[in-house]
Design a protein around this ligand. Structure first.
Ligand SMILES: [Mg+2]
Length: 329
């Protein structure tokens, strides 16, 4: 294992080339702070997420993909809030096992995503740690003043929408852990693993959606758990129609072979899709936003009196997620 250069050299070689943009004055990462040039009529939206090796990614995941996931989980939060990405800061806690080639690949992953999403590094920090590799990113975006989309504000009778497909990442993680999924074709396995490793933040959809009247968040901890956050704020429950919940062909194949995989798909997490709750009269606008963003959106349920999430199967049978698993009733 090669020794790492000092912090100053690491930053100058690998991170300074990523720093700065027209409105992100990062000063070559040679100062203690950066300057963001705020636009008139915009609010800054700030979000942070930390990823820990062994918790949020596998220690042997490729460094460039780890970097992109760390950035993208933050971009997914900006997407949910309807914000346009502007800048980010990254704090790395590096165990001794991380060498310079790993850091070079990590920086290359960040650089690729900066180009894809139009965001610039504004700064950060690196430190050594006796613990696991930890990547903490703070992302900053912009929305028109007063228009950040909230989790709160949903009401009885509102409809529940979700983008993309649900459960791929949870099943991809299961595949990476070597938990057998008999009969899963290699291409389907590769699709699921890719969905776990590289989230697709739904920024275009976030920007196209109506600025008012939608409660929203991204699905990071599982569809059922995350909807629960919106429901608690609304003081409501929800009924989700199982046949309407969008599943990819790969996830559908897994679930056909193993019915228990459905629960993993619905509560597994790492989807980074957008979860929207809106009054029925906004349904057409949500569908049109999905078309403009070329992102599928699907209406999957409705808010009802009560609390928690109830699933309605195609045959009308209802069941609910309780602590420790699903209960039928
Ligand atoms: Mg989130």
């Amino acid at each position: 294992m090669g020794r790492r250069p000092g912090e100053f050299d690491l930053i100058a070689r690998h991170f300074a080339p990523l720093a700065g943009a027209e409105r992100v004055l990062a000063l070559g990462l040679t100062d203690d702070a950066a300057i963001l040039k705020q636009a008139v009529g915009q609010d800054l939206v700030v979000t942070a997420d930390a990823l820990v090796a062994g918790v949020h990614f596998l220690p042997d995941d490729p460094a460039d993909l780890v970097a992109r996931k760390a950035l993208r989980v933050n971009l997914s939060d900006l997407a949910a809030k309807g914000a346009r990405p502007l800048a980010y800061l990254v704090c790395l806690s590096l165990p001794a096992s991380i060498d310079e080639p790993w850091i070079a690949a990590f920086a290359a992953g960040l650089g690729a995503d900066q180009a894809e999403f139009g965001i610039a590094m504004a700064g950060g920090d690196t430190t050594s740690t006796p613990g696991p590799l930890t990547i903490a990113i703070t992302a900053i975006g912009e929305v028109r003043t007063g228009e950040m989309r909230r989790r709160a504000g949903a009401q009885l009778g509102d409809e529940v929408w979700v983008s993309g497909s649900i459960g791929d990442a949870a099943l991809g993680l299961r595949a990476l852990r070597g938990d057998g999924m008999p009969g899963l074709a290699p291409a389907a396995r590769a699709f699921l693993v890719d969905r776990y490793r590289i989230p697709r933040p739904r920024l275009a959809l976030g920007l196209e959606l109506p600025g008012d009247g939608i409660a929203a968040m991204d699905v990071s901890d599982g569809l059922v758990q995350d909807l629960g956050h919106i429901l608690r704020l609304a003081g409501c429950g929800a009924v989700l129609n199982l046949p309407e919940i969008p599943l990819s062909p790969a996830a559908s194949a897994v679930i056909r072979a193993d019915a228990a995989a459905l629960d993993q798909a619905l509560s597994g997490g790492d989807d980074y899709e957008l979860l929207l709750v809106a009054p029925p009269e906004l349904g057409a606008a949500i569908q049109e936003a999905g078309m403009r963003a070329t992102t599928p959106v699907r209406r999957i349920g409705v808010l009802v009196e009560g609390d928690g999430v109830v699933l309605r199967a195609a045959d009308g049978a209802m069941r609910r997620l309780a602590r420790g698993g699903w209960t039928h009733f």
